[in-house]
Ligand binder design. Structure first.
Ligand SMILES: [Zn+2]
Length: 368
């Protein structure tokens, strides 16, 4: 990249006829990286293919390469967050580390760093191996909170853009401040957020994230969001359509619609953009570039949750390890007690033998 720019700049100067440029060329005897006085200097451009090949061969880091090169993934759009440059450098670096799977998860410590005496089960749920994939999309302790926030952030962006487009809202606010109304309605449009649809026939999946009805055209869109792991994004998309097919035909009949379409909005938790996402946004008449906003929302929450998981809980773990090894201590305030019990819950894999006695104060000690 660097050498490519150097070569381009040298070319630019050599092709100018102006006296100023000529003087600069003569004067630049290694004063700048361009070293223009030496016309024969060679700045080799590294062959990208070779670097890409090396990347693809790596057992751990290569995982993202292969995710990125799945047939249904739009590579350029998936890397857009890097070229847009509107994230903090620290966040960019952190997401790259997540994508390359080089963060100190227990799985990484055990199998890559070969740290002795390392438990590889998840420190929170204790059920599966603690990999990046597990932390990002699978952990049962994060599903009801962190994953829902990420999902809803993406959904809010879609909802707000539809509301503004159809004049149900006058202006936009940042998605993290936006709280969608359950129902927004005008003479021409109706937009619903997270509402169960009651039908004559009991239907299991009757609550898509967003429902948009364009009244005069008698068209309804069932919009459902998913922010899954990097693999099988197309399957997730197709499953959504299947999931709501029954509801779609029921709505068509009962609401007397001409057309009912299920529109999945799917992108991965590390920001991979499936080709089908463009089509979904287009079907909804949303701007082509909205995927960038969705991508940013997804990766910001992903970085936040991984940071929180690995670093904050790691500190907590160390802290409680030392505390528990003191074997006897008291916790007075109920808040402190509940946070303590929660921590013990989280540590139950490593410390199964703690008992508590409640007597005004809460006492804990290790069983001997
Ligand atoms: Zn877990």
């Amino acid at each position: 990249m660097h050498n490519k720019h150097v070569n381009k700049l040298r070319e630019y100067f050599y092709n100018k006829d102006a006296a100023l440029h000529k003087t600069v060329i003569e004067a630049d005897k290694k004063y700048t990286p361009l070293n223009m006085a030496d016309r024969n200097a060679v700045f080799q451009i590294e062959i990208n293919d070779e670097i890409l090949h090396q990347w693809a061969q790596k057992a751990v880091h290569g995982g993202h390469f292969s995710d990125l090169h799945q047939e249904d993934v739009d590579i350029k759009a998936s890397n857009k967050w890097l070229s847009n440059g509107d994230l903090y450098a620290e966040t960019e670096g952190y997401l790259l580390a997540i994508q390359d799977r080089v963060l100190p998860t227990r799985n990484y410590k055990k199998y890559i760093l070969n740290t002795p005496h390392t438990e590889d089960k998840c420190r929170r749920c204790g059920q599966n191996g603690e990999t990046i994939e597990h932390i990002l999309n699978v952990c049962s302790t994060l599903a009801p909170t962190k994953y829902t926030i990420r999902h809803d952030n993406v959904a809010k962006i879609v909802h707000q853009n539809l509301a503004v487009k159809h004049h149900l809202l006058e202006q936009k606010c940042p998605y993290f401040k936006y709280s969608p109304e359950a129902v927004l309605e005008s003479n021409t449009h109706k937009l619903m957020w997270n509402r169960s649809i009651i039908t004559d026939k009991a239907i299991q999946h009757n609550r898509p994230d967003i429902i948009l009805t364009i009244k005069n055209e008698m068209i309804t869109y069932l919009i459902d969001i998913a922010v899954p792991w990097n693999r099988n994004l197309s399957n997730t998309h197709n499953r959504k359509i299947q999931k709501y097919s029954e509801l779609a035909s029921e709505i068509k009949r009962v609401w007397r619609q001409r057309e009912v379409h299920t529109i999945p909005v799917v992108l991965s938790s590390t920001g991979l953009i499936p080709k089908k996402l463009h089509k979904s946004l287009q079907s909804l008449g949303l701007q082509q570039y909205l995927y960038m906003e969705l991508q940013k929302a997804s990766i910001l929450q992903t970085c936040h949750l991984v940071r929180n998981f690995l670093h904050h809980s790691q500190e907590a773990e160390e802290f409680w390890k030392t505390t528990i090894s003191n074997s006897k201590f008291k916790v007075r305030a109920p808040r402190e007690a509940s946070s303590f019990i929660m921590q013990l819950e989280l540590l139950r894999v490593s410390y199964p033998i703690v008992e508590q006695q409640l007597a005004g104060e809460v006492h804990f000690r290790l069983k001997r």
